[in-house]
Design a protein around this ligand. Structure first.
Ligand SMILES: *Cc1c(COP(=O)(O)O)cnc(C)c1O
Length: 341
């Protein structure tokens, strides 16, 4: 197949318009049959619910080329289920798991020339999203919705080598108890923008949020879950009802116990415990794991023993194993790899 004329190794993480996207419209209480379109523009009322009251949610996953040349996706059924959970919380209509996965397959097939070749480290990022479209001025959910998936090629996350991150413990909060922290709503990101710009201006890579009720326990960053490795090689991750359930993090915990024979724990992790850990990493679709080298708690710099130049050894093993499963060099658990073509 002819590939698009792209310098795969030098791609960043930005929007590149590709050929086809999937659209389905919800009207009169039901979804239409859906279609692919070349039109990347959306026209809607100035009073659309999404524009006034932010009724919108999204997902993120990747398609990539395996070592033996197949194009695949990683666990799209999990993204489908998470979007269902999000839609329930935001009073948006359910787009079924079967249709979600079918739409993913259609979009990737239609944009196969944009799927980076094996070995480039690049991938085709897929962005499913849904929004309330009809005019709404009194506060209530929309009646008409649109579900879309577009695709954009993204470069290797660790371009120019791994660089452990420096996080700061945030004074601002991400998610209220009984709020929307556990669902992938656009609004969770809108309210994080001020804080991420401020963190960057102060020389930090990310904000590490604490539980907003007590500011005692570690939760996650603005867009990634966190895992810690104890000095006796246990994989520990925060347990909280206000964390977004990362598919990468849940997969890594399975990899840790089933492939690497490591003990795993999901439990409350207090800020005071950070200094006792050996390694830390952020997990999400974008990087799988980005190592954390330093966490700053109001002027107190806590350096993880794994340092500021490389991934910790256990983090690296987790990373290599999950990447191997995704790239087809290590056998995947049943159902983790969705064949596209
Ligand atoms: C999307 C997201 C993640 C990562 O989830 P993955 O399914 O692993 O990509 C983590 N935290 C937040 C807040 C997110 O929005």
């Amino acid at each position: 197949m002819m590939k698009a004329d792209v310098d795969w190794g030098n791609l960043g993480f930005g929007y590149v318009k590709t050929d086809e996207r999937y659209v389905s419209e919800y009207k009169d209480g039901k979804w239409d049959e859906g279609r692919l379109t070349g039109d990347s523009e959306i026209v809607m009322s100035e009073c659309a619910c999404v524009l006034q009251y932010a009724q919108t949610c999204f997902e993120g996953l990747k398609a990539y080329t395996t070592e033996d040349g197949r194009i695949v996706c990683f666990r799209p059924d999990m993204n489908a289920q998470r979007m269902i959970d999000t839609c329930e919380r935001l009073k948006m209509p359910i787009f079924s798991k079967e249709r979600f996965v079918d739409a993913v397959v259609q979009v990737v097939r239609a944009n196969a020339k944009w799927v980076p070749p094996y070995g480039t480290g690049a991938s085709l990022y897929l962005r499913p999203f849904m929004f309330g479209k009809n005019p709404v001025i009194g506060v209530k959910p929309a009646n008409d919705f649109e579900f879309r998936i577009f695709a954009t090629p993204v470069g290797p996350y660790f371009k120019g080598g791994v660089k452990p991150l420096k996080l700061r413990i945030s004074d601002l909060d991400r998610a209220a108890p009984h709020g929307t922290g556990h669902v992938k709503a656009g609004l969770n990101y809108a309210m994080s923008l001020y804080n991420i710009v401020d963190a960057h201006e102060q020389g930090y890579d990310e904000n590490l949020y604490l539980d907003s009720a007590t500011h005692t326990y570690v939760e996650e960053t603005g867009g990634a879950n966190i895992i810690f490795i104890t000095k006796d090689n246990k994989v520990v991750t925060p347990k909280s009802s206000t964390i977004l359930p990362s598919i990468t993090r849940r997969s890594l915990l399975e990899v840790a116990s089933k492939y690497l024979g490591l003990e795993t724990e999901e439990r409350e992790i207090s800020v005071d415990e950070i200094k006792d850990f050996a390694e830390a990493g952020l997990c999400g679709t974008a990087a799988v794991i980005s190592p954390v080298g330093c966490i700053v708690n109001h002027g107190e710099e806590i350096y993880l023993p794994s340092g500021m130049t490389e991934m910790g050894p256990v983090t690296k093993k987790l990373y290599d194993t999950l990447r191997g499963i995704q790239m087809g060099t290590i056998e995947a658990p049943e159902g983790w790899i969705q064949e596209i073509c």
